[in-house]
Design a protein around this ligand. Structure first.
Ligand code: EPU
Length: 293
């Protein structure tokens, strides 16, 4: 095909995605690219549109389950230096979508800026965190947003102000765009206090969550007024296994890839968990992780 000649420097074929996710499962992307900058990203978007190829964007892959069959489309990973720029101006922090949450928090604490500490220990990127409105303990990243620079799926760049974006519990209206960068508004605080806050969140995560094996964080959203982890725990499902996948004994809303799990093992375990919670509490759990099937 003609496009293969024109795009062969940008696009890899059948690129395994397994090691690009924290779950370490799943098949390959039929097409995969890591654009150098906005111009290359735009070329790829226009290419995908022209050939009617679905586009998927991967960040740190920390909230993602890729099916064993892989992804029949173009997977884009924004990982170049262009998407990793980060700076501060007064109380505001500007960050590219590929900046890790760890880097974001480090810069904020170095500059004595508070507000992001609740994200400490979450292994994601700025783009991923914004698109799913990542949060913890009643706070979410959307609360701090001032502006987000995005590209639409026609290749146009736009700046969205906060009032043009909808943020809700673990979701946002940014899903219809590719996130390029954002400006977050923080508040001045003593550095020592910011560091103390970060430590509190890290300690809580270490004490309550399970990172001994590859995982994708919390699997299900918390139903209104409940903790999914607690409901699953009350069903006695800690330690429940299917193939290489296992419900964590420490936090029941974590599934661990203990021993070469497949995506099918994890999906099967998720279905069993959902069924048990539905039967016992008449509550329908909804996945928090993204599933690419
Ligand atoms: N609980 C149990 N058994 C369990 C797990 C939890 O009884 O196996 C109880 C806890 O004892 C506590 C309550 O459930 O009383 C809530 O647990 P936790 O504080 O761990 O919070 P969570 O609601 O399970 C949420 C977020 C986490 C975030 C934590 C900490 C969701 C789905 N989960 O978990 O986010 O780290 O609060 O703030 O909103 C993620 O997004 O991937 C994630 C893990």
């Amino acid at each position: 095909m003609n496009w293969q000649k024109n795009y062969k420097n940008y696009i890899k074929l059948n690129e395994p995605l397994k090691n690009k996710t924290t779950f370490r499962v799943g098949g390959a992307a039929k097409l995969f690219s890591e654009p150098e900058d906005k111009r290359e990203l735009k070329l790829l978007i226009i290419f995908a549109k022209r050939y009617n190829i679905p586009v998927f964007v991967i960040g740190a892959g920390s909230n993602l389950l890729v099916s064993d069959k892989g992804v029949n489309g173009l997977v884009l990973k924004l990982s170049s230096g262009f998407f990793k720029k980060i700076s501060t101006k007064s109380n505001c922090l500007e960050a590219g979508s590929a900046v890790s949450l760890a880097q974001l928090i480090r810069l904020a604490s170095d500059k004595g800026l508070s507000g992001l500490e609740f994200l400490a220990g979450i292994p994601g990127t700025v783009g991923g965190a914004l698109s799913m409105n990542a949060g913890a303990g009643g706070m979410a990243v959307g609360d701090l947003v001032q502006k987000v620079k995005v590209m639409d799926y026609d290749g146009n760049t736009k700046i969205l102000r906060k009032k043009e974006i909808k943020f809700a519990y673990r979701k946002s209206s940014l899903g219809k765009y590719i996130i390029l960068s954002c400006i977050l508004k923080l508040k001045k605080e003593k550095r020592a206090q910011v560091i103390k806050n970060i430590k509190k969140y890290l300690d809580y995560r270490r004490d309550t969550q399970d990172t001994a094996y590859p995982n994708a964080g919390c699997i299900f959203k918390n139903p209104r007024g409940h903790s999914a982890g607690r409901l699953i725990d009350l069903c006695g499902l800690k330690g429940r296994k299917y193939g290489g996948a296992c419900v964590s004994a420490k936090h029941a809303n974590f599934i661990l890839n203990r021993k070469g799990a497949t995506a099918a093992d994890i999906l099967k375990l998720m279905r069993a968990v959902k069924k048990n919670v539905k039967n016992k509490f008449d509550i329908e759990l909804e996945p928090e992780i993204k599933i690419w099937e």
